[in-house]
Design a protein around this ligand. Structure first.
Ligand code: KG4
Ligand code: ZN
Length: 382
């Protein structure tokens, strides 16, 4: 089974062809256009510019990917439908719907956050995923913890009403579309899951068990980077310059919220501490040179990593997870991966290895993961 996948939820126009065969998810093609330079002068994503750039690029990328010939290659189309910038999503969804209608291919609408949850699968085999599975998604716009279980058809965890088995003889292509949107997935839930709510992705149920109560970790990285050096790229700059740190008593930052609220977290306190620290230096005449900035970057990264590791490992222990992963662009941060691994090794007798996406590019927003989630939704026997 093979899908053409389309992602336009924010500032990346990305297209991919992903296949599923014998348990393997293979990313056969992946091309993307990142709008970073377009938004850089404004210090953040400008929705109108993003929408226009998606419109400008999507057909060209489609041509590059194979154009008309794709119709013989693919079985269906997967597209990010929510959540994201409304005008940006419309570009992808309209393109997918038009192609689907013209080429008589079903369209599967995928939730952006859900594909981060399954982003450990591209270029890997489904065998790596055992449930209960705990995933922490960490990026600029979201930072959550999800518990993933397998939906048993006749077991306790019944398949949601309205969803159809793949080989159901009564199932037409039209029903299919609705099967992908199981009945419990209301429009509100597809856009935003509250703590304790779940959504189905094929034969998996994904439940949100924790979230940041204010800034996402990536957002905090960006804001602290801006305080130290001006405009983005935040996270990457902090992680690079943190490598130059030296022990410095002047930098005293403490993570908060470690014991409270179980699996929720908060980063705005830590971000404010950096702000106050810089204020204190200004008052007392401390020169904030490159070395001091590197030391602040290091301490900040350590404390964020400490919170993420603690909450992820706590959730994994609580739910006796058999698979544990970190996903989203911040998961590209090697120090954060290291802290989680250290803590897993310290707390578990037989440590379960931390899984991250097979390639760095799968940490970012890209269509390979939309295709993977689409295949999971379509191929409900998985
Ligand atoms: O996944 P993404 O594009 O955002 C959303 O979909 O919301 O993630 C972007 C975020 C930015 O906040 C960026 O600073 C952060 O990921 N980031 C990092 C690193 N690389 C990117 N944060 C920490 N360390 C990194 N190496
Ligand atoms: Zn994302």
């Amino acid at each position: 089974m093979k899908t053409l996948a389309i992602e336009t939820s924010c500032d990346d126009t990305s297209l991919s062809v992903v296949s599923y065969n014998d348990g393997n998810f293979v990313v056969e093609k992946l091309i993307s256009f990142a709008q970073i330079d377009l938004h850089a002068p404004y210090g953040g994503v400008v929705p109108e510019l993003a929408n226009r750039s998606h419109t400008d690029k999507i057909i060209r990328l489609l041509e590059e990917l194979g154009g008309n010939d794709l119709k013989d290659e693919i079985d269906f189309i997967s597209v990010t439908a929510y959540p994201g910038l409304p005008g940006a999503l419309v570009v992808g969804v309209t393109t997918a719907t038009m192609l689907g209608r013209m080429r008589n291919k079903p369209v599967v609408e995928v939730n952006h956050i859900m594909w981060h949850v399954f982003s450990i699968l591209p270029d890997r085999n489904i065998d790596i995923l055992h449930t209960p599975y705990i995933c922490m998604t960490v990026s600029g716009g979201h930072n959550d913890i999800y518990l993933v279980g397998k939906i048993e058809v006749d077991g306790e965890n019944k398949r949601s009403e309205g969803s159809l088995k793949r080989n159901d003889p009564q199932r037409s292509e039209d029903q299919w579309r609705w099967a992908a949107w199981a009945t419990d997935d209301s429009r509100h839930k597809r856009n935003h899951l509250a703590i304790g709510e779940s959504i189905s992705v094929g034969n998996y149920s994904v439940k949100k068990i924790g979230q940041t109560l204010d800034d996402a970790a990536g957002e905090a990285f960006d804001k602290v980077s801006r305080m130290l050096w001006g405009p983005n790229p935040g996270g990457v700059r902090i992680s690079e310059l943190a490598k130059k740190w030296t022990i410095d008593e002047r930098v005293d930052l403490r993570a908060s919220f470690l014991a409270a609220e179980e699996f929720n977290f908060s980063f705005s306190g830590l971000k404010s501490q950096v702000h106050y620290l810089l204020g204190k230096y200004a008052e007392t005449g401390v020169v904030v040179d490159d070395q001091l900035k590197a030391n602040i970057a290091y301490m900040f990264q350590e404390e964020v990593a400490h919170v993420l590791a603690k909450k992820l490992v706590h959730a994994a222990e609580h739910y006796k997870a058999k698979t544990i992963s970190l996903a989203g662009w911040v998961s590209a941060n090697l120090r954060i991966r290291e802290r989680v691994t250290e803590l897993l090794e310290k707390t578990q007798q037989t440590p379960i290895p931390l899984l991250t996406p097979a390639k760095f590019v799968y940490c970012t927003d890209n269509a390979a993961m939309i295709g993977t989630a689409g295949l999971l939704m379509r191929n409900e026997v998985l």
